[in-house]
Design a protein around this ligand. Structure first.
Ligand SMILES: [Ca+2]
Length: 433
């Protein structure tokens, strides 16, 4: 998310700081741009349109999920703005809801808390407090929560965090006493999966989301540094630089989860948990609630920020890194003959974007006629926001959301929210021009 290269390589590195700001910046390739990375006040948020548009067209191979686009107004006639719902959150990394109809939002805070928001009010007592277990160094911390699809009945939720001992990435299960509880005790936490990540404090990935068939999908970064020095993303024996897929509700073979039989490396050489490989730092992915397509924002290295779209049953599972960055060859030594690398849905070239924050396909009701089926995403550093449609009706636009959008989420009704690193929670609004 936050790292763009590394100082060892004479590139740029940004760290999350202990306070609600970026702690330092080492400009190497664009100081003017980096100045915009410093979170600023909410007054600038409902931003002005940008003049240019560097997003590239989608790869021809991608089948559009949107077949009725031409009947919808072009996105260029639509304006997205952001209404501040709450502030004072501490380095929020995610906003989400639980499938329980209670109209609550949950905001994950990087230092190790989850806050409960209802009707714009942040509950003073955290929903979950687990800071002693978390190492918030670098890009680490408490990075995601996902509620069980049967949360109403089982009260189970899952978190991803970097653990205090060695900042390895941990996926753990917790149990609420009841679905309506205002607080979940950290003592109910049970780690279920560990991903080695002790060498570096960047590129953790760390997103959780339930997808089709109630499987838990887990995004992992390539292990950090720059250029994937260990070639982890391309290694099918390594859990880093992947989207993993597990069944976290049943134990198997001495583990607290099972590997679904449909995963590509089951019965083959490679880790059975792997669903997709060849990712650098999947910083926020989501499923289209209508089509089950998986949309991934994969943070780029030097040149391209990437959006990937995959159907529910992708037959090719290597997204390219570190052979490819976007559609370009990044490191030819990492490219293997016989491997079919799946190209991105679209890319945004630097410096229009520097650290992509993947979003959601809009399936809410309120703005359905204007924005239905469009993918909304942003850039953490440049603060630009895009709405995107693939296929013949593809149109793009940019609006800024200042403060550093780290994540998007949807409420019970499918309306889109964002959290910004300066502590803001925002609700998306759409108007016709
Ligand atoms: Ca890629």
């Amino acid at each position: 998310m936050i790292v763009v290269g590394s100082p060892q390589d004479g590139q740029v590195r940004l760290f999350f700081g202990p306070r609600r700001s970026l702690s330092f910046v080492v400009p190497a390739c664009g100081a003017a741009l980096l100045l915009s990375a410093v979170p600023s006040g909410p007054s600038q948020a409902n931003g002005a349109a940008d003049a240019t548009d560097a997003v590239q067209p989608p790869a021809a191979r991608v089948q559009s999920a949107e077949r009725t686009l031409s009947s919808r107004p072009p996105l260029r006639r639509v304006t997205i703005s952001w209404r501040r719902v709450a502030g004072g959150l501490v380095q929020p990394t995610q906003v989400t809801s639980a499938p329980d109809g209670r109209k609550r939002l949950f905001v994950v805070e990087k230092p190790g808390r989850i806050r409960l928001v209802r009707d714009g009010a942040v509950a003073p007592k955290p929903y979950l407090g687990m800071a002693p277990r978390v190492d918030p160094a670098g890009e680490g911390g408490l990075l995601s929560v996902a509620f069980s699809p049967r949360f109403r009945r089982d009260g189970l939720l899952f978190v991803a965090y970097t653990r205090a001992a060695d900042h390895d990435l941990i996926v753990a299960r917790l149990k609420a006493r009841s679905a309506g509880a205002q607080h979940v005790r950290a003592t109910t936490l049970r780690p279920i999966l560990r991903v080695e990540h002790s060498a570096e404090t960047n590129h953790f990935g760390g997103q959780l989301a339930f997808g089709p068939n109630g499987r838990l999908y887990i995004g992992t970064g390539d292990g950090g540094g720059a250029g994937d020095p260990g070639n982890n993303a391309g290694d099918r024996r390594d859990l880093r630089g992947k989207i993993l897929r597990i069944d976290p509700f049943h134990p198997c073979s001495g583990k607290r989860y099972c590997v679904p039989r449909g995963n590509p490396f089951v019965g083959k050489k490679g880790r059975g948990e792997i669903w997709l490989m060849g990712l650098r730092n999947p910083w926020r992915f989501s499923f289209d609630s209508r089509t089950d397509h998986l949309w991934i924002g994969d943070v780029g290295q030097d040149a391209y920020e990437e959006i990937d779209q995959l159907g529910p049953h992708p037959s090719r599972i290597n997204l390219g890194w570190s052979c490819k960055e976007g559609r370009s060859t990044y490191n030819a030594n990492r490219c293997r003959s016989g491997v079919k690398y799946v190209g991105p849905e679209t890319v945004v070239a630097h410096p229009a974007a520097e650290s992509i924050t993947g979003g959601f396909v809009y399936r809410g009701h309120r703005y359905r006629s204007q924005l239905g089926g469009a993918y909304v995403f942003a850039d953490f550093i440049t603060h630009r926001v895009w709405a995107y449609r693939s296929g013949p009706g593809r149109v793009l636009q940019r609006k800024r959301l200042s403060g550093g959008p780290t994540s998007f989420g949807v409420d019970d009704r499918g309306e889109i929210y964002s959290v910004t690193y300066d502590g803001g929670l925002w609700r998306m609004r759409v108007t016709r021009r």
